[in-house]
Write a new protein. Structure first.
Length: 115
């Protein structure tokens, strides 16, 4: 299952970015029932979960991004989003979207926070 993540780029500290992830047509009919996640992997570090949104809309965040990042979903468009505000250099990483139930990954989008 190929997820398509987009929206990454270069931003200055304190800036914002909005990531998007589109589910493939093969799972579009069941998207509403899936728990979706954003992960990130910085150079030399393990991949870590950043945010999760469950099928009922419940959200969960990694401590370092609480109050700065917001995960959301649009079941009609079969997409999830990650609004990232007050970005810090430590947020620099490749960001991936992930389907919990099928352990499916997207290709990742690079986020670089630097002045």
């Amino acid at each position: 299952v190929q997820l398509q993540a987009s929206g990454g780029g270069l931003v200055q500290p304190g800036g914002s970015l909005r990531l998007s992830c589109a589910a493939p047509r093969t799972i579009s009919s069941t998207f509403w029932g899936l728990d979706m996640e954003w992960y990130r992997q910085a150079p030399g570090k393990q991949r870590e979960m950043v945010a999760r949104i469950m099928s009922d809309g419940t959200t969960k965040y990694e401590d370092s991004v609480k109050d700065r990042f917001t995960i959301s979903r649009d079941n009609a468009k079969k997409k999830i989003y990650l609004q990232m505000n007050s970005l810090k250099p430590d947020d620099t990483a490749v960001y991936y979207c992930h389907i919990f139930e099928t352990n499916s990954w997207g290709q990742g989008t690079q986020v670089t926070v630097s002045s």
